[in-house]
Design a protein around this ligand. Structure first.
Ligand code: ADP
Length: 151
């Protein structure tokens, strides 16, 4: 059985914390599909096309990592791409409570297992929302964004 995971999120923007989760999870799966959830009610800072382009540029040399967007329930997206795992990252007890409820619900309704990786401690305080706030005050956030690999 091929082990296919989706890594769902808003990724507005995709941070070094997200990148760390993806790279550390890669040995566990045959394929990781980064799924950008698009919610018509929310206005993102970065258009979905820009987010796809940026994430794609990060992993262009790693064929086992793909990026797609979706505007359905996460489990519907997982089924569509034939994923058997959902990958998520855990920073805090706040993340824990939230992730546990969704993971339980998803497991009960579809049998899909959620695999959680703890954050690497140096990334524990990094969130897309904090980065958006820094950007809104004109701060330079490049240190929190992954750099495309140059070979
Ligand atoms: P969502 O809106 O679904 O929470 P995010 O884009 O904020 O989407 O996050 C996607 C996933 O990445 C979530 O599981 C989140 O907990 C995890 N994540 C976000 N930031 C970090 C970080 N700094 N370290 C580890 N995991 C993280």
């Amino acid at each position: 059985m091929e082990r296919i995971a989706i890594f769902p999120g808003s990724f507005d923007p995709f941070t070094i914390g997200h990148d760390s989760v993806v790279r550390r999870a890669l040995p566990l799966f045959d394929k990781i599909i980064i799924g950008i959830g698009v919610n018509a009610e929310k206005r993102p800072l970065f258009p979905v096309e820009k987010r796809i382009e940026f994430i794609h540029s990060l992993y262009k040399d790693e064929p086992r990592i793909q990026v797609l967007s979706y505007d359905t329930l996460t489990i519907a997206f997982a089924k569509k791409v034939k994923a058997n795992f959902i990958l998520r990252g855990l920073r805090s007890v706040r993340d824990f409570e939230y992730e546990r409820d969704i993971a339980d619900l998803n497991k009960q309704s579809t049998g899909i297992e959620t695999i959680l990786l703890f954050t690497e401690h140096q990334y524990g305080c990094i969130s897309s929302s904090a980065i958006r706030e820094l950007i809104s005050y004109g701060e330079d956030v490049t240190q929190y964004l992954p750099k495309p690999q140059t070979k």
